[in-house]
Design a protein around this ligand. Structure first.
Ligand SMILES: Cc1ncc(C[n+]2csc(CCOP(=O)(O)OP(=O)(O)O)c2C)c(N)n1
Ligand SMILES: [Mg+2]
Length: 821
């Protein structure tokens, strides 16, 4: 696949055009669009210019079609300029940066039209994503046969290396030895507010080397290298190396005549003498000649990194923020925009006029011909669109690299004794690992909590993934930790950021590695929040996976306040592209987990990459349940074993078909006061109150209903299995009403669980806010019980009492709700 490099002059011409377009795209967004709102549009001309040479070298002389690139957020204009020159972006988009429906401010897989491989924006995450994508590819190659070789490349701002998640990713053994990874650090020595101290760069390089990475520098351009070779050149080099970044950066933006004095300020006599032999104009160019803008030097460095097959490479490419623009090197250039006059000058310098400024490279020129050749070289085969996802029964799905994944409706889990949702989760996964149609695609991962989140049974059956077989030294009968290329569990160090980044890339493997996977991760629920930005990143990118937060809430009582999650349910409910599920009973979990995996399996039926707008994944279009839902799944589980008999009673009463439908829709009546009345247990058919429970607290809710019944108050108990699906159903009808200016109806999911008008009490081992909307949805008085302060160690009974989740408090809440009628 190697292409012969073109004449360097051609790449120079191309990069000048890339610089022009990237700059002009931002300029047009700011100066040619009347947004009517007075809000600055913005864009990053200086950050973009910094990467123009690196990206020109990559896209026009280095990349092959299977390679995947993550572009730092602020260089999105460069990416779009290049895609335009390659013919992959319509001209009409060039004036739409940051406009609604136009080019996104930061590269977006799901919203940009020109084939973004990795979304970026939250610095550090887009940088690490290709590393995890390469780890996912290594897994796919080992299990499903080698895919065409891809290089996974990240273009990273130097200040992104301040983010801790970078170092968590680099340090994790799951990312060891990935020779197809290249990180290119854009060393412009500037962040948003300041000049980055030089000592940081040396320290970062050591950290990479310490983690086993191949570290390369592209620091000095060829003019400087030639100067170093001349007599006195050694002292010149030593002086530049020793110069603080703040001093070096201050050279930019000076008139050539002033550069000498500034450069030589404090310099030894040899340096002053060396410079005396160089005219002003040449000196300014010479001392700012950095390799990050020398395409030949960059291509050499890329080749050097390619040659390193057994470990990732990082290239520190020294660049100039604002390169080629009047704002070059200015410490305040991060958000600076060129004036119209400066843009006019740049246009002229680029050899363009207002009539030709948006043109592609002239196909009659060598640069135009080279761009056409590169377009062909980089063309990717279209992903075949497959259909056939069934929404009921076993969803048999055929997709790229996927024979068929027939996820059953349930594993037939039986739960006669009290059991927790966490234990049931482990048993369901073990059962699925015996299912020949599903098992090959399952891959689990956890940040050092596999055993304590009940993945041990699955791991015993499938083993732990390691690129090479490893001898197991422990003969633990409970946990067989067999490591080898067949293993289907990827164990991570304690980094929740890595968990969500890896889940995200496993969940994009269909797009990035031509293989659909069913990724399942586990994490202690409170620490979902530690990985939250990576969680958001991954689902924003369109990844599809299942994550279980377990154990959760104050129900893990003795563990104390530091381990008790309270706001995670709200996060799950509110996060777009995620369905939040918190079942109480084992069989309900079985149905819900199988349903979630059916939905993930069904992503073979539609595009998961660029052009998602308009599909089920776009924005708020998530609808209904089951395979049509799209997105990822977050299960909040517990270690509290609870009596399964009440659920069995509901099964007997309703039958599996109806009950399963309601469980999947988000709520069902666990105890039906009206049905009980018919049996003579209460006097009146219509329930005066609904007790609504979510998750581990159902036993207390049932006890409260029994106490109320003793007082002659009929209480219907509703188990909300997914506050999220219920809320979404309500919002859908509301929004429909708002958009069409008609009276909203109560959605079916709510109507079937709450057929009568009666006050409600919601009870949840999570922030009370999570379910507090229910009163509004039903138009009835509501009292919401939940955990709104930090917990502490104790027994479940102690903590439920302290947070008003005990049955007595629920009874009192019911009386309060009734008094509000
Ligand atoms: C997580 C996160 N924190 C803060 C920001 C705001 N921010 C955007 S760019 C930037 C500085 C980036 O500097 P660098 O990575 O060196 O980029 P460059 O110099 O190439 O613009 C900051 C702080 C962000 N995008 N993401
Ligand atoms: Mg920088």
């Amino acid at each position: 696949m190697e292409t012969i490099g073109p004449d360097p002059k051609i790449l120079e011409d191309i990069q000048q055009r890339v610089l022009w377009l990237a700059t002009r795209i931002v300029d047009a967004a700011n100066h040619e669009r009347d947004t009517g709102d007075g809000v600055k549009v913005g864009g990053h001309q200086a950050s973009s210019a910094s990467l123009v040479s690196v990206m020109t070298a990559l896209y026009f002389a280095h990349l092959d079609a299977p390679d995947r690139v993550s572009v730092k957020p602020h260089a999105s204009p460069v990416f779009h300029a290049i895609q335009y020159l390659l013919g992959n972006l319509d001209r009409s988009y060039l004036t739409t940066l940051r406009a609604f429906g136009g080019l996104q401010s930061y590269p977006s897989r799901t919203k940009d039209p020109d084939g973004v491989d990795f979304s970026t924006g939250s610095v550090g995450l887009g940088a690490a994503a290709p590393l995890f994508a390469a780890a996912a590819r290594r897994y796919v190659d080992a299990h499903f046969g080698a895919r065409p070789h891809s290089r996974f490349i990240a273009l990273i701002g130097d200040a992104e290396l301040d983010e801790g998640n970078i170092w968590e990713a680099v340090a994790d053994p799951a990312t060891d030895g990935l020779g197809n990874v290249l990180w290119i650090v854009d060393v412009n020595r500037q962040s948003l507010d300041r000049v980055v101290p030089g000592v940081r760069i040396a320290q970062w390089e050591q950290q990479f080397a310490g983690a086993g990475w191949h570290v390369v520098e592209a620091k000095y351009g060829r003019k400087l290298q030639a100067a170093f070779a001349r007599p006195g050149g050694d002292s010149l080099r030593a002086w530049i190396d020793a110069m603080p970044n703040e001093h070096y950066q201050s050279l930019f933006g000076l008139e050539p005549a002033a550069v000498r004095d500034r450069f030589c300020d404090g310099a030894p006599a040899e340096v002053i003498e060396f410079c005396a032999g160089v005219p002003d104009d040449e000196l300014a160019i010479l001392v700012t000649d950095l390799a990050g803008h020398d395409i030949g030097a960059l291509l050499d460095a890329f080749a050097d990194c390619d040659a390193e097959k057994d470990r990732p490479s990082v290239l520190f490419a020294y660049t100039i923020k604002g390169w080629g623009l009047p704002i070059a090197g200015n410490p305040r250039n991060h958000s600076a925009l060129l004036t119209t006059q400066q843009v006019d000058q740049l246009r002229q310098q680029t050899g363009l006029t207002e009539a030709t400024e948006w043109d592609r490279l002239d196909p009659m020129t060598p640069a135009g011909q080279w761009a056409a050749a590169r377009r062909e070289h980089l063309a990717r085969p279209a992903v075949p669109a497959t259909t056939g996802a069934a929404t009921t029964g076993a969803a048999t799905v055929a997709g790229p690299g996927t024979a068929s994944i027939a996820v059953p409706d349930s594993t037939g889990l039986r739960a006669a004794r009290p059991i927790s949702t966490q234990e049931a989760f482990g048993r369901i996964l073990v059962d699925l690992s015996r299912n020949e149609s599903v098992a090959p695609y399952l891959v689990t991962t956890a940040p050092d909590v596999a055993t304590s989140t009940n993945l041990a049974g699955f791991i015993n059956r499938t083993g732990v993934f390691s690129p090479e077989p490893r001898r197991a030294w422990s003969e633990d009968p409970v946990l067989k930790w067999a490591e080898g290329p067949d293993g289907q569990h990827i164990e991570l160090g304690i980094s929740e950021m890595n968990l969500f980044l890896l889940l995200g890339q496993l969940g994009l493997a269909r797009d990035l590695s031509d293989q659909l996977l069913l990724p399942v991760g586990t994490v202690y629920d409170p620490f979902v929040l530690r990985g939250l930005d990576a969680f958001i990143y991954s689902v924003y990118s369109g990844a599809r996976f299942v994550v279980a937060g377990t154990p959760s809430g104050i129900t893990l009582a003795p563990e104390g306040g530091a381990h008790q999650s309270t706001i995670t349910a709200s996060v799950g409910l509110e996060l777009p592209n995620v369905t939040f599920i918190e079942p109480a009973y084992a069989v309900a979990l079985d149905w819900l987990l199988c349903g979630a995996l059916q939905s993930v399996a069904a992503s073979a039926g539609g595009p998961a990459g660029p052009g998602l707008a308009g599909t089920a994944l776009a924005g708020t279009a998530l609808a209904g349940t089951g395979p049509a839902e799209g997105g990822s799944y977050y299960f909040r589980l517990t270690t509290r074993g609870i009596d399964q008999q009440p659920f069995q009673a509901a099964r007997d009463r309703l039958g599996d078909a109806i009950l399963r439908r309601q469980v999947l829709a988000g709520a069902y009546r666990l105890v039906d006061a009206a049905a009980a009345a018919q049996e003579g247990a209460a006097e009146n058919g219509a329930p005066p109150v609904y007790l609504v429970g979510t998750g581990a607290v159902l036993p207390e809710v049932l006890a409260a209903a029994a106490e109320l019944a003793d007082e002659g108050i009929a209480a219907t108990v509703v188990d909300v299995t997914s506050p999220d699906r219920l809320y979404r159903a309500w919002q859908r009808t509301l929004r429909q009403g708002v958009r069409t200016a008609t009276a909203p109806s109560i959605p079916g999911a709510l109507r079937s669980a709450f057929p009568d008008r009666a006050p409600v009490v919601t009870v949840h081992d999570a922030a009370s806010h999570t379910m507090s909307w229910l009163g509004s949805a039903l138009g009835v008085p509501a009292v919401s019980l939940g955990v709104d302060s930090f917990g502490q160690s104790g027994s479940v009974a102690d903590l439920y009492r302290a947070h008003d989740l005990d049955s007595g408090s629920i009874v009192n809440a019911a009386l309060a709700a009734l008094s509000l009628r």
